[in-house]
Write a protein that binds this ligand. Structure first.
Ligand code: AMP
Length: 545
């Protein structure tokens, strides 16, 4: 066989040659923007010329601070295909974290959306490697800013040379990078090679994985700054699928409207999004019938959510699992053909698991001494992964990489069980498991059960100190508006009784107006622990006396 390098150039040029008339649609500041893959390819070449004029060298990092839109897609290809590294900055990070990440990656240029310019104004004196700041907007002008010499994306493109010959790169060249929040310490960088991104694309689009084809109309709500929007922009461009981008700050109403208006067949995002959009579809305000499937990942999708979508809306939700370190798709919960005669309840239970390993990867689930756990659906162990799109280290972090990538495996920190069919189910992240009197309690299972209560909008469970059992569950619950003041602790405990082991019943239920979320929309348990720290410290101190 030929030693043919797997690079993103192949994906870009295939789309331009085979699907020049297919569309890319973007919600823009002033409305809807649409163009074709032919136009996209032309602008991507112009953008590559802009990077060359900036003097960007092979392997140097070029950052984006942007929402999901067509300009971001142009950067997704122009940067790596010209040999540089696309570094997507998380726009929800605190200024201190942005400064750390930009300096650690030594970003040479930043492409920023016009409404996000204030984020850079705050840190502009502290990012010395950045030589060019390019503001993206749908007009030629730049809003007033204290940044020195900001450039306009549209002006640069208007002046750039039309054609660019993308170089032959090695498949091992770095193409992109993304930082992930660490449990402790500074964020950690993950670098993706061209090879990793291409092999991930091959696997992700398989029918048994996410299942995407040219006829699909795909809308990623998962941010393009979070694990490359799960790799969808790369894979969809390669296939020539129609891509629809939700633009700046999409709200639940925008999401439902865009899906209906653009006949989206496949949408992807964290479960929080699908919880927020559900009522708008259920009450008939919007029509979700174009959706062939929703991909829900990043945190656990409760069984009740899958059931509501399937039974009340007729829309299937595919539960997927991954990490920044894994490009990200690792597990998807599709039912096997041998399960077709199972009861609905059994099928939903399988669908709510994180799922089966996608082809191309290897996993093992181990306990502390490195022994693998039996596939009994009960015994918990840490999920370890390896494969061609799993990171091998954290960028410039040899010490922190040692434990996480020991013995050639990524140690995910996720505590899981695997059943006899091979379906993996996450009990929790290692730090989140509640150990009560030596017995594990899965906060995720408990949350999901609480969230199946008709009055509950959201629930997160954390461990609180207990003098006898050491840890006990504390449930933080947000009620649906119409139930506020009408449902109390007793109602929640009554509901849980019989559905979960007695040991799991929360010792305390706190009703909150909202749950804190991380920058990517997951429940931010660290903030909850902080919020209730007083209560826990008081208890633990009391017990020590
Ligand atoms: P991130 O790198 O920010 O995408 O976070 C990855 C982590 O999110 C994983 O290690 C899991 O702890 C969690 N996660 C991702 N997908 C799921 C899922 N489907 N169910 C439960 N947890 C998930």
């Amino acid at each position: 066989m030929m030693a043919f390098d797997l690079t993103l150039r192949t994906a870009l040029e295939r789309a331009a040659k085979l699907f020049p008339h297919k569309e890319i649609i973007s919600r823009d500041y002033s409305g809807t923007f649409r163009y074709t893959y032919a136009d996209f390819y032309q602008r991507t070449q112009k953008l590559a010329n802009v990077l060359q004029n900036f003097g960007i060298q092979k392997g140097e990092r070029v950052a984006t601070l942007a929402w999901n839109h067509h300009r971001h897609l142009e950067l997704y290809f122009a940067i790596p295909c010209s040999g540089a590294v696309l570094h997507t900055l998380n726009l929800r990070l605190a200024p201190e974290q942005l400064v750390y990440i930009i300096n650690h990656a030594e970003d040479q240029a930043i492409f920023v959306d016009k409404d996000l310019v204030p984020l850079l104004e705050v840190i502009k004196e502290r990012i010395p490697t950045v030589k060019h700041i390019v503001v993206m907007s749908d007009t030629l002008d730049i809003p007033g800013t204290s940044l020195a010499n900001p450039l306009s994306y549209e002006v640069l493109l208007a002046k750039a040379k039309e054609t660019f010959s993308f170089p032959d790169l090695s498949e091992w060249d770095s193409a992109a990078m993304c930082y992930t929040t660490a449990t402790t310490g500074d964020p950690k960088g993950v670098v993706y090679t061209h090879r990793g991104l291409m092999l991930h694309s091959y696997a992700a689009v398989l029918p048994d994985a996410i299942n995407i084809g040219e006829t699909d109309r795909v809308m990623p709500f998962v941010p393009m700054f979070h694990a490359n929007a799960w790799g969808l922009p790369f894979a969809c461009t390669w296939l020539g699928a129609t891509q629809i981008f939700p633009g700046e700050r999409p709200q639940a109403e925008d999401i439902c409207r865009l899906i209906q208006e653009h006949k989206v067949t496949l949408a992807a995002g964290v479960p929080t999004i699908w919880m927020a959009t559900y009522p708008l579809w259920e009450n008939g305000k919007y029509d979700p019938s174009s959706l062939r499937e929703i991909v829900s990942g990043g945190s656990a999708a409760p069984k009740s959510l899958l059931k509501n979508y399937m039974e009340k809306l007729g829309v299937s939700i595919l539960h997927a699992y991954g990490m920044t370190e894994t490009t990200p798709v690792v597990l998807v919960s599709r039912l096997k053909s041998t399960m077709k005669d199972w009861t609905d309840e059994e099928k939903y239970s399988v669908a709510a698991k994180q799922g089966l390993l996608v082809p191309g990867l290897e996993m093992k689930i181990v306990v502390e001494d490195g022994k693998e756990v039996p596939w009994d659906g009960k015994t918990m162990g840490e999920l370890l992964l390896r494969g061609p799109w799993i990171a091998k280290e954290y960028y410039k972090e040899p010490v922190r990489s040692t434990a996480a990538f020991a013995d050639g495996w990524l140690h995910t920190g996720d505590i899981v069980t695997v059943d006899a069919e091979g379906y993996v189910s996450i009990a929790d992240r290692s730090k989140d498991l509640i150990k009560s009197g030596g017995e594990w309690i899965s906060s995720i299972d408990l949350e999901n059960t609480i969230m199946s209560h008709p009055a509950v909008a959201e629930a997160a469970v954390i461990a609180m100190y207990h003098p006898k059992w050491i840890e006990r569950p504390l449930a933080c619950v947000v009620l649906k508006k119409e139930y506020v003041g009408k449902v109390g602790t007793g109602d929640i405990l009554d509901y849980l009784t019989g559905k979960v082991p007695k040991l799991w019943l929360p010792d305390r239920v706190e009703f909150l107006d909202v749950l804190p979320k991380t920058s990517v929309g997951k429940f931010y348990k660290q903030a909850l622990r902080k919020q209730f720290a007083g209560l826990m410290v008081a208890n633990s101190e009391g017990s020590g006396a």
